[in-house]
Design a protein around this ligand. Structure first.
Ligand SMILES: *[C@@H]1O[C@H](CO)[C@@H](O)[C@H](O)[C@H]1NC(C)=O
Ligand SMILES: *[C@@H]1O[C@H](CO)[C@@H](O)[C@H](O)[C@H]1NC(C)=O
Ligand SMILES: *[C@@H]1O[C@H](CO)[C@@H](O)[C@H](O)[C@H]1NC(C)=O
Length: 244
């Protein structure tokens, strides 16, 4: 396990100019949760490669009731999302009206910390870092791996004509999904949007079979509203896990 880490660490540009034993604050030690949390998203992202293999890493559902990875599916990608949840005021309450987010590839943080830090801890930390480092639509100069948006779903496979459906898209591929399960955020469900399990609609892209939105930070609207039809966007961050 240690040799795997050193091998991967040697790929880092920072490691080429500094010995692996260097513990200065400019280096992020991916074996240490404290070191990652002392870093910030921009410097962390600048020190890791992209698109690492996620062999043996499982979605950290933490036994959340109702969310489960369907049999046979394995993690294909993991990204931290930073975006907005949109709402429209309807009869005194804000109802969901889609979302927009930039997703940043974090696969190498998970693969390089694997064996040293629980994936659930990294999954809990990265959205907090993303929330404080960025404000949508600013991507802070980081490479955007994927866009999350909502599209009209009057298409084959959709349940409701004229409704909008969540989509995840890279430059090369996409998937349109529908919600199969939701779970209240365990830390503060009045502030943080629910954790979700989303499933690919038939014939609507091959990017993933399932998408999990976990470890949410903010995004919930105020409990009530007065102006009918008023639109509101609430900033949020979350970890997105993709399985195939
Ligand atoms: C994945 O787990 C298997 C079984 O424990 C192990 O043999 C293999 O080396 C692991 N692969 C990686 C990339 O860690
Ligand atoms: C969300 O609201 C923003 C304005 O705050 C708007 O630009 C965007 O198109 C909306 N997106 C969706 C999916 O409704
Ligand atoms: C959730 O956060 C809100 C706003 O910070 C706070 O008023 C409320 O007490 C929190 N609820 C829980 C269960 O921590």
């Amino acid at each position: 396990m240690l040799s795997k880490f050193i091998f991967l660490f040697a790929l880092l540009p920072a490691a080429l100019s500094a010995p692996a034993a260097d513990t200065s604050s400019s280096n992020v030690d991916l074996r240490s949760l404290a070191s990652i949390s002392k870093s910030n998203l921009k410097s962390l992202a600048s020190k890791i490669p992209q698109n690492c293999q996620l062999t043996n890493i499982t979605v950290p559902l933490n036994g959340q009731d109702g969310l489960s990875v369907p049999a046979g599916q394995v993690v294909s990608n993991v990204a931290v999302g930073r975006g907005i949840q949109n709402y429209t005021c309807s009869s005194g309450a804000y109802v969901s009206a889609g979302a927009l987010a930039n997703l940043f590839d974090m696969s190498c943080v998970f693969s390089m910390s694997s064996g040293f830090i629980e994936a659930s801890q990294v999954s809990g930390l990265l959205p907090k870092m993303a929330f404080s480092a960025l404000s949508f639509p600013d991507a802070g100069g980081l490479p955007i791996a994927m866009h999350h948006l909502f599209v009209l779903s009057g298409t084959p496979g959709s349940e409701t004509r004229g409704a909008i459906s969540p989509e995840f898209a890279t430059n090369a591929d996409k998937v349109i999904v529908s919600k199969v399960a939701a779970f209240n955020d365990p830390s503060n469900s009045s502030v943080n949007v629910p954790w979700l399990q989303l499933s690919a609609l038939k014939d609507q892209g091959s990017l993933a079979k399932s998408v999990f939105r976990l470890n949410t930070v903010n995004g919930q609207p105020p409990a009530s509203c007065v102006t009918e039809g008023e639109q509101l966007s609430v900033q949020y961050a979350a970890m997105y896990w993709f399985t195939r």
